[in-house]
Design a protein around this ligand. Sequence first.
Ligand SMILES: Cc1ncc(COP(=O)(O)O)c(C=O)c1O
Length: 376
Amino acid sequence: MDRPSGKDKPLFTPGPLTTSATVKEAMLSDLGSRDTAFIGAVREIRAGLLLLAGVSQESGWEAVLMQGSGTFSVESVLSSSLPEDGALLVARNGAYGARIASIARCHGVPVVEVVASEGEPVDPAAVEAAIREHPELTHLAVVHCETTSGVLNPVEEVGAIAHAHGLTYFVDSMSAFGAVPIDLEACHVDFLVSSANKCIEGVPGFGFALCRRAALDACEGRARSVSLDLYAQWAGLEANGQFRFTPPTHSLLAFHRALRELDEEGGVAGRQARYQVNHARILDGIKALGLSPYVPEEHQCWIITSVRYPESEAFSFEELYDRLNERGYVIYPGKVTDADCFRIGNIGRLFEEDMDALLVALGEVLREMGVEESIA
Ligand SMILES: Cc1ncc(COP(=O)(O)O)c(C=O)c1O
């Protein structure tokens, strides 16, 4: 298995991530957007994504690639799928769910929100109650792993409710797809979005939507944006294998390689196993240092861990960040709004020895700062 090139600091973040040397090397080619090798790679990526999700074109699914970061793909689905008279229910428990609501509002879509606290999953019963109260709703959106905190949401239960009420169901699986299993049919998903530089371990540059064909067909003529028109993007890719506008060629070549490496690791199950080991190390390690995770263990996904600031006068996140950075480790600030936390991501080309090395450095830094004594 390729390790990251020794030059770069390991990124304990939710993306951009540490990638393998071979994924980076795959970018050392300048291919034209009409080049047959490039078009072949795009075709294989689209088929590979469907395969990874356990679906196919024959079973009624399509993979649409969209330039930009993951948010562009979220916006593409929302702005292309909601009809003029549509209304969106967002079940949310963090910043990325809130972003879905603000994107929809920006496009003039009426939004109803069901809000759970950031350390808890969204509540299917509250979702059902909101649907009963708002017969105007046509679409329902939820985030799979809420990267704000690290909480895993009950996408299957919520999907069953969407299906029972005839709502189109959208899952933002940005930080989960590829390492957290999801059965699109069992969850009644219509659109799932993720991006190149999360659990599939590519580099940034594009996102993708896995679309139930019937739901995608319904998008024709509905788009509220030209560049983010999901249906037109799909129709273009189908017609000649090309993107409508300049594609992120290097990023796509890296992703093509990354999909192969995911397959070699054992697909979703293999990647999940490595990330779960990484995550368990982080959880045990922070507890051994006297730190506490923000999310209760039963709600925690194996992607990222929010760690509460230690209750010590001597603690400052900026100082912790800088001292770890000087030692060669990059962690991430917190994002929950009701507690002071920092985050440690464990996705990307990182292994248990990388987690152990970070934890040693974290212990040293807390001691240097005079924090460890006060929390031990
Ligand atoms: C769940 C989720 N949704 C959306 C996004 C936004 O993705 P991007 O920053 O690539 O636009 C992220 C980024 O981490 C995320 O974790």
